[in-house]
Design a protein around this ligand. Structure first.
Ligand code: MCA
Ligand code: AMP
Length: 500
């Protein structure tokens, strides 16, 4: 079944209830009935653009109601919604165009469209308000919802995955529907919930986890373009649920005016995408009297585990397997280890993706014969089934909830004159949890952060760029010749601890 059919039923019933509300006074709410009409028109425009079922639509746009409508229209048309980070530069976008082979690229900014782009492009902003809104205004409503089976693709979400270049995680209609329904039930979504939405909508967290909870219940979303602590503080009293990355919570706690009083209507603060520091959890409880609920997921699996709504929420843990999902901690052979022992976190269930886009071998490598997916995260599970994440076997930095794949950065750093080789590591960062540091083995005088900035400008999204550069004579290696990143992380762990 097409997930859109489910939304359609809910949206019809919600009718004139607000769907997307703005924090700015004077801006009209987008109602559920409006979303239906707008998605119908946009699906008509997709058809005019030649988008057929199964075609990918690559989308790099700012967070607006129009972007949400585009997502809904893709579902309705049976297209595969393929969102990418708005921070990506034109050369990065070129990779996704090449890999996803979309039928259409909807771009937010003209400067992000590669010069040699062969895919038809529509814009959401720019002269005259962009080409896409005009196409939609001229289109006939599509009327029909494309027939899609549970197993058909609804979205392609690019992720650094466990290793290698960015890979498209193929998410099906059933993946999205079952996980959304599970989260709604597990987190006790209520008819009177109002979601405070400050996450980007090009990742699983903001697009699926957050929006789907509201969309499956027809409840309002206070829709903020970005996370701004001032705006969030003012909006909190109108809301009941916030979903965020840990940086949201550290930034709120940094504000003296964040207290129990502004949280008086809130029933649930949820954190995910990166480890929530135990200190943040404790400070939050001391300040507000509420415990943040931490959960764990990834692009390939949507949400896997969650601390309970009613039971104990414990700092440093990500709770229990969600209903219908199996989680195990396994050794390298895939055999479960004893309770409390560290192993690889593996998951199985209707939430697990269909595989990596056009990478059958890579997909096969990441699955066990019995269907478990190897997440690349390391963890423990206690006797009761409570999971704690203790590290990652994958070489990945998670900064403010964004993934940075060191190899991608290192490949560009190695081209800087004077750099013999480079190692990119994540070290503690007061604001982003982890921040990117480049350790450069150099010949000659050394390389400065300003030189690195200049070299990477326009080539690599800004958030992936090193916040600090250290020059060394040589990189530490183990007996096998492998660079010892743990040693570097330890040696430079204080480098960004004052950043904020
Ligand atoms: C912005 N900057 C960053 C980051 N964000 N640097 C490192 N890490 C970041 N995450 C840099 C910019 O490049 C810029 O640098 C400066 O900070 C200010 O940029 P601005 O855009 O103003 O930043 P911000 O608005 O303060 O954004 C910080 C943020 C944002 C709110 C934490 O990064 C964010 O919304 N993160 C959420 C990511 C997320 O949704 N992740 C879910 C994916 P300069 O000034 O030097 O130019 S993971 C997922 O979906 C899985 C399934 C899961 O489990 O949830
Ligand atoms: P992504 O590939 O962008 O979907 O990121 C998924 C990764 O984020 C996971 O594999 C984990 O490493 C990390 N992650 C998500 N939630 C948590 C959490 N609550 N605690 C620690 N790491 C998390």
């Amino acid at each position: 079944m097409n997930l859109y059919e489910q939304f359609e039923g809910v949206f019809r019933a919600a009718g004139h209830a607000p769907a997307l509300m703005s924090a700015s006074a004077g801006e009209a709410d987008v109602r559920y009935a409006d979303l239906l009409v707008a998605a119908d028109k946009a699906a008509g425009a997709l058809a005019v653009a030649g988008v057929a079922t199964g075609d990918r639509v690559l989308v790099q746009v700012d967070k607006t109601p129009t972007a949400v409508v585009l997502y809904l229209a893709c579902l309705k048309a049976g297209a595969v919604y393929t969102p990418i980070n708005t921070a990506y530069t034109a050369p990065e976008v070129a990779y996704f165009l090449d890999d996803a082979e979309p039928r259409l690229f909807v771009a937010g900014r003209a400067d992000r469209v590669p010069a040699d782009c062969a895919v038809p492009v529509e814009t959401l902003t720019g002269s005259g308000g962009g080409t896409w809104p005009r196409r939609v205004a001229e289109a006939q409503p599509s009327g029909e919802v494309a027939r899609r089976a549970d197993d058909d693709l609804a979205a392609l979400v690019y992720t650094s995955g466990t290793t290698g270049r960015s890979k498209g995680a193929m998410l099906t209609h059933a993946n999205l529907r079952t996980n959304g329904e599970t989260l709604c039930a597990y987190w006790g979504w209520r008819e009177d919930d109002v979601l405070l939405h400050a996450l980007p909508i090009f990742h699983v967290h903001g697009l699926f986890v957050a929006l789907h909870c509201a969309f499956l219940k027809g409840t309002p979303v206070l829709f903020l373009p970005t996370f701004d602590a001032d705006t969030v503080l003012r909006a909190l009293t109108r809301c009941t649920v916030l979903m965020g990355v840990p940086t949201f919570y550290t930034r709120l706690l940094a504000r003296a005016d964040f207290d129990a009083e502004v949280c008086r209507n809130m029933r649930l603060f949820i954190s995910g995408s990166a480890p929530l520091n135990e200190q943040t959890f404790a400070s939050f409880e001391a300040r507000t009297g509420m415990r943040i609920l931490e959960r764990y997921g990834m692009s390939e699996t949507l949400m896997n585990t969650s601390n309970p709504l009613h039971g104990e929420r414990i700092a440093g843990t990500v709770g229990f397997s969600l209903p219908g999902i199996e989680t195990r901690i396994a050794n390298e052979e895939g055999k479960p280890v004893a309770a409390g022992q560290v192993g690889g976190i593996e998951v199985r269930g209707p939430n697990v993706f269909k595989g990596y886009w056009r990478m059958p071998d890579k997909t096969a490598e990441e699955f066990r014969d019995d269907g478990y997916f190897m997440t690349g995260d390391l963890g423990t599970m206690d006797e009761a089934g409570r999971v704690a994440i203790v590290g990652r076997s994958k070489d990945l930095v998670i900064s403010g909830g964004y993934n940075v794949y060191p190899k991608e950065v290192e490949a560009l750093l190695d081209d800087i004159p004077g750099v013999v080789e480079s190692a990119v590591v994540g070290v503690p960062h007061a604001d982003f949890g982890e921040g990117v540091v480049a350790v450069l083995a150099v010949s000659g005088e050394g390389v400065t952060l300003a030189q690195v900035d200049r070299h990477l400008a326009g080539r690599l999204a800004r958030y992936k760029q090193p916040k600090q550069v250290v020059c060394v004579d040589e990189l530490p290696r183990n007996a096998m010749g492998k660079v010892q990143k743990a040693t570097l992380r330890e040696r430079f762990r204080a480098l960004l601890s004052d950043s904020g």
